[in-house]
Ligand binder design. Structure first.
Ligand code: MV4
Length: 449
């Protein structure tokens, strides 16, 4: 096992990784920008290294500075967390070439899944259902038009190098296709340095359901059920839950096994998320996220497994700690993302937290790196923490969430707490029938958007 791990991230996830290391007897190295010296994760880490000024490009995305920090502290492995360098195959390659371990999949697997057309083809080969769409990238206007006619409108144009919802164009008619195709290509070039795009049939009001997979370096993968992440606004998730209120035990087992077998086929190792859209009774593969995700705690709460510890275990070469038949999904868990932002306009609200009181009691978990008197810097993502609850069933989890949200005090900055408090009292949320477009509608109806 590793003796020392460098955590190439900040905020609540850096603290989350530190805690797993602590319990495993592993020393931690925190890296931080000059804006993050006062962060909780920096205070708690065994060692810390300043890697640059506030802008991410000069600190958390600065590969040379991070490698230098690993070198001077004698770290044996690097955990990338989420965001920043977490899905960058070159970063993983440099770490391996330097004789260190990367806590995540092999660079070539990250590269394969980062190319959305190659990923889609790998899933087709593994028997995973995909949306009807173009066979690979679409290289001309006439090919775009032919493909769209074949699969039928509406269609969605996506960047081969994209993902996470960035650079997509929904097209409702032939008349709008050519212009959308041209714009999509130029935006793809601009955002992802790859102009290639592909086309899929657009699924109108689906749910976002994702399967958590964990794989070791000995060719074995298991699944840990699904999370429902349909409550989102502009591709920013606001609340996640497990299990999904829309997935039956039979669907879970089927989709879970398909995902785990696909992971084994492509030589996957570490934690991975297979993203699907659910429309009626049909599942369609979207993409694989090759990192630990923000919403991983809801899976931890219903499985009792520590996913970060398991990531570290399998990265060190150990086999999976648990067999598929020993995975038990127990009860229901919900996570609220707490952002320092205006709950109506979603404009970030950095500043000093003047009063802070986190909720407590049984089956309530708070993953956050902030404290009373902490100054939230303006340079990074506005998420300052997550409130996670567990209940024996969905109703108990929601009632507990409502109670915990009412207890939570964060003053000095605007937060998403008031929005969450309205949401947990909403009938559609409570009956579990919401889809991807529900939140946008909810914000309109409650007159706050
Ligand atoms: C889609 C879609 C409808 N039809 N693809 C956005 C994130 C990326 N993983 C895929 N996304 C979508 N792809 C087809 N063929 C709708 C979305 C989508 C979405 C998906 C998941 C979570 C939030 C979303 C919000 C808007 C659109």
């Amino acid at each position: 096992m590793f003796k020392k791990i460098l955590i190439a991230n900040r905020g609540e996830i850096a603290l989350r990784i530190h805690r797993a290391c602590q319990e495993m007897g592993i020393q931690t190295v925190a890296v931080h920008s000059t804006a993050d010296v006062d962060s909780m994760y920096v205070k708690l880490a065994d060692e810390s290294v300043c890697i640059g000024p506030p802008p991410s490009l000069k600190s958390y995305l600065n590969v040379s500075a991070i490698m230098a920090a690993a070198e001077i502290t004698d770290a044996e492995a690097i955990h990338p967390g989420y965001g920043f360098l977490s899905e960058n195959p070159e970063f993983a390659e440099i770490i391996k070439a330097s004789g260190l371990s990367y806590i995540g999949p092999e660079p070539d697997v990250i590269r394969l899944l980062g190319d959305k057309v190659r990923a889609r083809n790998a899933m087709i080969a593994a028997g995973v259902p995909v949306v009807p769409g173009s066979e690979g990238a679409v290289h001309s206007e006439s090919q775009a038009l032919r493909t769209a006619r074949e699969i039928g409108f509406p269609v969605i144009i996506k960047a081969v190098g994209g993902g996470g919802g960035r650079g997509m164009k929904v097209v409702h008619s032939e008349a709008a296709l050519i212009n959308a195709y041209t714009v999509a290509r130029s935006e793809a070039m601009q955002f992802f340095k790859n102009e290639n795009v592909y086309i899929e049939r657009f699924i109108e009001a689906p749910r976002h359901v994702e399967i958590q997979v964990m794989a070791d370096k000995h060719g074995r993968a298991i699944h840990l059920g699904e999370r429902d992440c349909s409550l989102q606004r502009r591709h920013q998730k606001l609340l996640e839950e497990a299990p999904s209120p829309a997935v039956s035990p039979e669907q879970r087992e089927h989709l879970g096994n398909l995902s785990a077998r696909a992971a084994e086929r492509i030589g996957y190792s570490g934690a991975g998320t297979f993203e699907f859209l659910l429309s009626g009774d049909d599942f369609f593969f979207m993409e694989v996220n090759t990192r630990i995700q923000v919403e991983h705690p809801v899976t931890e709460m219903i499985t009792g497994m520590d996913l970060v510890k398991e990531q570290i275990n399998v990265a060190s070469g150990k086999p999976l700690s648990i067999k598929q038949e020993d995975v038990v999904l127990d009860g229901h868990s919900i996570e609220c993302r707490i952002n320092a932002e205006d709950p109506d306009t979603f404009i970030p609200s950095p500043g000093t937290i003047s009063e802070y009181h986190a909720p407590g009691g049984g089956w309530v978990r708070v993953d956050s790196g902030v404290y009373q008197g902490y100054r939230i810097p303006p340079y990074y993502d506005s998420m300052i923490g997550k409130l996670i609850v567990h209940g024996r069933d969905r109703k108990e989890a929601i009632d507990r969430l409502q109670r915990a949200l009412d207890e939570y005090v964060i003053n000095g900055v605007a937060t998403s707490l008031p929005l969450h408090r309205r949401l947990v009292r909403d009938g559609t949320f409570r009956n579990g029938t919401y889809d991807l477009h529900f939140l946008e509608q909810f914000l309109k109806n409650t007159g706050q958007d």
